[in-house]
Design a protein around this ligand. Structure first.
Ligand code: FPP
Length: 233
């Protein structure tokens, strides 16, 4: 494969992905929706490997939202199976490659075996420093903000931005410099609403299963040309 070149030394620290279009990708091929999600995991693994090679420090993937419970049970089951297999297959590799796994979301609805795997890998890889891979699963930004506010009150903490941030699922990762959404849709769909305050947004027409290394490089090159002012002049 011809690999595009990064034309900047100004790399983003954190890129987050809304992996949209798996269902449409599958429909176009007369396949069940779950086949789109399976193809989506290959794309996710490609992007993790690409970020690793490029020296990005943190990537986040929106895999299952608090609203996705409205989907048919068989699709939900397929997504949990994909999650389970992903954890099993990558346990050893992450440790070897110095990759930390972070889960964002309400784990109380996870099956016990998945929760155990998440806790085990999280503990084993907690000091890994080359790349942080966050998977947002049963994640919703409004839910996260409410949860954090509740935690602040319950723990009697002073209502400061620093304390509030410590109560978010994202307490251990920086705000995203870039949020990418595939499939041509242009919205955030309850993803990292608090953390996205100064994120640069990129909307890509491709469906998520077709997204890869060169698309990521394109986005990083375009990002390097944006003028980020953070409210200044
Ligand atoms: C949105 O596309 C995609 C999802 C709701 C699920 C994304 C999940 C994966 C790619 C796999 C998860 C991976 C791990 C490691 C847990 P859609 O289904 O809404 O597509 P559509 O808009 O075309 O119907």
């Amino acid at each position: 494969m011809f690999k595009k070149r990064i034309r900047t030394d100004k790399l983003p620290q954190h890129i987050a992905f809304i992996m949209d279009g798996n269902g449409r990708w599958a429909k176009e091929r007369l396949l069940p929706r779950s086949a789109g999600h399976t193809a989506g995991v290959y794309a996710l693994k490609r992007v993790i490997q690409s970020a690793y090679e490029l020296g990005i420090r943190c990537v986040t993937f929106y895999a299952f939202s608090t609203e996705n419970w409205k989907r048919p049970k068989e699709e939900i089951d397929a997504l949990f199976d994909i999650f389970r297999n992903f954890l099993r297959e990558n346990r050893e590799e992450y440790l070897k490659k110095d990759i930390k796994l972070v889960i964002l979301g309400d784990m109380s609805r996870f099956p016990d075996d998945i929760r155990r795997q998440v806790e085990e890998i999280g503990e084993k890889t907690k000091d890994c420093g080359r790349l942080a891979v966050s998977i947002a699963f049963n994640y919703g930004s409004r839910d996260e903000i409410m949860m954090a506010a509740r935690k602040l009150c319950q723990n009697g903490l002073e209502f400061t931005e620093e304390n509030f941030r410590r109560c978010l699922y994202t307490r251990d990762i920086p705000d995203p410099d870039i949020i990418v959404r595939t499939s041509g849709e242009m919205r955030l769909s309850n993803f990292l609403l608090y953390q996205a305050a100064y994120s640069e947004l990129f909307f890509v027409k491709k469906y998520w299963p077709d997204f890869g290394y060169n698309d990521l490089v394109d986005i990083i090159n375009r990002f390097s040309k944006r003028n980020r002012r953070f409210g200044s002049v």
